[in-house]
Design a protein around this ligand. Structure first.
Ligand code: FCB
Length: 471
């Protein structure tokens, strides 16, 4: 990290920022990153199992085979959530734990696990918030073409329907897909995430099938129309988008255009079909010029453009974008940040959270949630075992201040989920980046509260932030 303090200019010493009384304070995880038990009790292999078991794909040869062993320790982890005072917990279902081969044959032990997890949350009064797809496609479906194959969208909707039938009443917030942009670009263009292909010419097809799968799953949800358990709100469904605003690296017109192009490909390409029922014409022109086809059927955009009950936004950083002249496919490049960064190399720029909420509010007035926000830092346990992660506290504080600013400006933000509850498996970067409020010793699997966990507990308890540096 650099020397500059992490602050939000909205924040003032001595000023308390109180959140609305029903604000949903949560923390988030995903199945592959924490569960472990990768092949236990009938679970089938996902593309992440395959990716990690292929040498050279993940830093240090790490895998999610054991991860945080949450599959066996979920009870203790839920007790930790209760001690933090979490009102909600966002987790994801592992598709291959429920349907090992991605077909219609269920694995009862998998259903049993999520039943026990949800019951444990409910016993502690913690609202379950479930993601149906956080990147772990059944390998069997990948072998049949994965998201390049239109049929995967239908398989996803079938799976979603079965899970909604089983757990619909106990889960008030359902997210279909986590971050389609990352699945499409990191998974299939850059190839640094599973399934790890590099086929730029397939990217639009993949985006389209992901959005179609989302729309079909929303239709399945509406058909099933789960009734809420007596003490829970009406269940609703939405999607989780990752939004990293692009800013031009310089005011030069070429850089401004490059930043606009980046926004077009990473944001409008998703927001426009989901909320306006069409792909942005400029994006279609961009792909057409590169001979990249979009194969769609007449009703697809109507299916994609379903009314949603909420929108989840994952916000971590911004991108500084400049023009690049010599690449015929993409004439944009990302410029290294000049300000402070996290252990991921991501710039710490709290106003981006406000900007993302503003952008979302320009498309829709449904309730918004920050479904992920957080930071990896090289946490060093002290000799006495304590972890004084002031940098994470400052990061979270500054971003929450921006969330408050958005609410004060009338934006319909209903909740906030820290990424993450636990240090966990950070995809291709293995276990090096630590995002947790709770430290995990990956040799002993022992959990230890960081200072940020105590801080977040106090934020929740007082429903807001106190003066900076001493919130
Ligand atoms: C997001 C992912 C999440 C986690 C964070 C750091 O893109 O949704 O699983 O890895 O980044």
């Amino acid at each position: 990290m650099g020397e500059e303090p992490i602050t939000s200019s909205y924040d003032r010493p001595g000023r308390h920022l109180n959140f609305p009384p029903d604000f949903l304070w949560g923390a988030a995880t995903s199945a592959y990153q924490i569960e472990g038990a990768w092949n236990e009790d009938g679970k089938g292999a996902s593309i992440w199992d395959r990716f990690c078991h292929t040498s050279g794909r993940v830093e240090g040869g790490a895998t999610g085979d054991v991860a945080c062993d949450h599959y066996h320790r979920y009870r203790d982890d839920v007790a930790t959530m209760a001690a933090l005072g979490l009102r909600a917990y966002r987790f994801s279902f592992a598709w291959t734990r429920l349907f090992p081969n991605g077909d219609s044959r269920p694995n009862p032990a998998g259903f049993d696990f999520y039943r026990r997890l949800i019951d444990a949350l409910r016993e502690h009064g913690i609202m379950p918030v479930a993601t149906l797809y956080h990147w772990d496609l059944p390998q069997a479906l990948q072998d049949a073409g994965g998201w390049v194959n239109r049929d995967t969208a239908y398989r996803f909707a079938d799976y979603a329907g079965r899970v909604i039938e089983a757990f619909g009443s106990d889960v008030p917030l359902w997210a279909t897909i986590n971050e389609p942009v990352l699945i499409a670009f990191a998974g299939h263009v850059l190839g640094n995430k599973a399934p790890g292909t590099r086929r730029f010419w397939q990217v639009l097809t993949i985006v389209h099938h992901l959005l179609l799968g989302h729309g079909l799953a929303v239709q399945a949800f509406r058909d099933i129309a789960p009734r809420p358990a007596s003490d829970l709100p009406e269940p609703g469904i939405g999607i989780v988008l990752s939004v990293r605003p692009s800013y031009p690296a310089t005011p030069r017109p070429a850089d401004v255009r490059a930043a606009q192009l980046m926004d077009l490909l990473t944001k409008q390409l998703y927001f426009a079909p989901l909320f306006r029922g069409h792909y942005p014409p400029a994006a279609l022109t961009f792909f057409r010029r590169r001979l990249i086809p979009l194969k769609q059927q007449p009703d697809d955009l109507q299916i994609i453009n379903q009314p949603l009950d909420f929108l989840g936004l994952n916000v971590y950083s911004r991108a500084l974008i400049a023009a690049r002249s010599f690449n015929p496919l993409i004439s944009i490049r990302e410029v290294a940040p000049t300000g402070p960064t996290t252990a991921m190399g991501w710039e710490i720029y709290p106003p981006c959270l406000y900007d993302v909420l503003k952008l979302a509010a320009s498309y829709t007035d449904i309730p918004l949630y920050i479904t992920e926000n957080g930071a990896a830092f090289p946490d060093q346990p002290q000799p006495d075992g304590t972890i004084n992660d002031q940098d994470r506290i400052a990061y979270l504080h500054a971003h929450l201040a921006e969330a408050h600013r958005a609410i004060a400006d009338g934006i319909n933000l209903k909740g906030y989920f820290v990424w993450s509850l636990l240090d966990n498996f950070e995809w291709e970067e293995g276990y090096r980046p630590r995002f947790g409020l709770i430290h995990v010793d990956f040799k002993t699997l022992q959990r230890t509260w960081k200072q940020s966990a105590t801080w977040y507990r106090d934020v929740i308890a007082r429903n807001g932030l106190r003066v900076i540096g001493n919130s």
